[in-house]
Design a protein around this ligand. Structure first.
Ligand code: PHE
Length: 341
């Protein structure tokens, strides 16, 4: 039996140390140490030994078992290390090879300006709203106090979808005033940026599609002084401290009184140049106190509530903000131009 054990040990050690992969190793473990393994088979014969020989033989068998177990464990570790080594070599990464540069775009100057505008108003507690570009004429005109026959409703100015002039591409963001009044609890403070459409020829200051930012406040005791204070703050934050603005009387059907706000031309500082068409000022928005009719039509009592609204041209604002002289540059998307901002 002693020789049997020695033989098993010799053979097993040779086989185990020569195992080429974990599966082969596992096979050997079963073959020698498993329930039906060779070593176990020898141990089963122990009963035949004399009581005298049994302890010594038992000790020997246990020793062989633990030698084999240790060797299997060591071999298993070696195989794992070798496998990892191989994997590392196969997946080796040369960090010195120059990478492929991902060309990252960046924000369009007009959206940079828009984000600044949103930040300024959000900082004053306004909510930013989004609304439909395909709009009902009732929202774009009727509920804004622009009755049938108003010149802005003319077919030569407005893109209608139907013969009865009921569905249209919105010509202003002002319908968002009505949508806010109809759906939001009072008091209301909103800004609503978006695209608007008018039948204009393209030139340095016109495009059939452009962007506006509508703003509106409705609360108790709101006055024109609040409107001017807010818009002057906007101009200073957007264009820098000391920016000069001017308010001119104007007319809109949905505000009374109404005004337009100009900022001094960035190109000539007010002297007059091609960018400001010789006027020294650039008009960037229309505004005014919301007409009582408009409040009433949306179910708000003008005896209790008052409010103001403005509609700002976003392209013009971005042009003033970034000193861009031609509106067409904003839409051409020439990367050489856009990369400057
Ligand atoms: N909607 C007007 C325009 O497009 C601007 C405006 C908005 C005027 C809000 C007054 C109040 O010209």
């Amino acid at each position: 039996m002693k020789e049997q054990l020695a033989k098993i040990e010799r053979e097993a050690l040779e086989a185990i140390t020569g195992a080429e992969n974990p599966a082969a190793l596992e096979e050997l473990r079963v073959r020698y140490l498993g329930k039906k393994g060779e070593l176990t088979a020898v141990l089963k014969q122990m009963g035949k030994l004399s009581a005298q020989d049994r302890p010594a033989m038992g000790a020997l068998a246990n020793e062989v078992r633990s030698v084999l177990e240790e060797t299997i464990e060591l071999t298993s570790q070696k195989l794992a290390a070798a496998a990892l080594d191989l994997k590392m070599k196969a997946e080796a990464l040369d960090v010195t090879i120059p990478g492929q540069e991902a060309a990252l775009g960046h924000k369009h100057p007009m959206y940079i300006a828009l984000d600044e505008i949103k930040d300024i108003f959000v900082g004053m507690g306004f909510t930013v709203l989004d609304g439909p570009e395909v709009e009902l004429a009732s929202y774009n005109f009727d509920k804004l106090n622009a009755e049938e026959g108003h010149p802005s409703r003319d077919w030569s100015d407005t893109f209608y979808f139907d013969a009865d002039s009921r569905v249209m591409l919105r010509s202003q963001t002002s319908p968002m005033q009505v949508r806010a009044m109809e759906t939001m609890p009072l008091p209301i403070r909103i800004v609503a940026p978006g695209r608007v459409y008018r039948k204009d020829e393209v030139d340095a200051t016109h495009s059939p599609m452009f962007h506006q930012v509508e703003g509106m406040v409705i609360d108790k005791n709101v006055t024109m002084a609040d409107l001017k204070g807010t818009l002057n703050l906007l101009a200073e934050q957007l264009f820098g401290a000391g920016t000069v603005t001017r308010f001119r009387p104007h007319h809109f059907p949905f505000t009374e009184p109404s005004c337009e706000m100009d900022v001094q031309c960035h190109k000539c500082g007010g002297a007059g140049c091609p960018t400001c068409k010789g006027e020294g000022w650039i008009e960037i928005l229309g505004a005014g106190m919301i007409h009582p009719n408009v409040l009433r039509m949306s179910g708000i009592d003008p005896e209790i509530w008052s409010g103001w609204a403005f509609g700002m041209g976003l392209e013009r604002t971005a042009m003033r903000r970034f000193k861009i002289s031609d509106l067409r540059l904003i839409f051409e998307n020439d990367v050489r131009f856009l990369e400057q901002f």
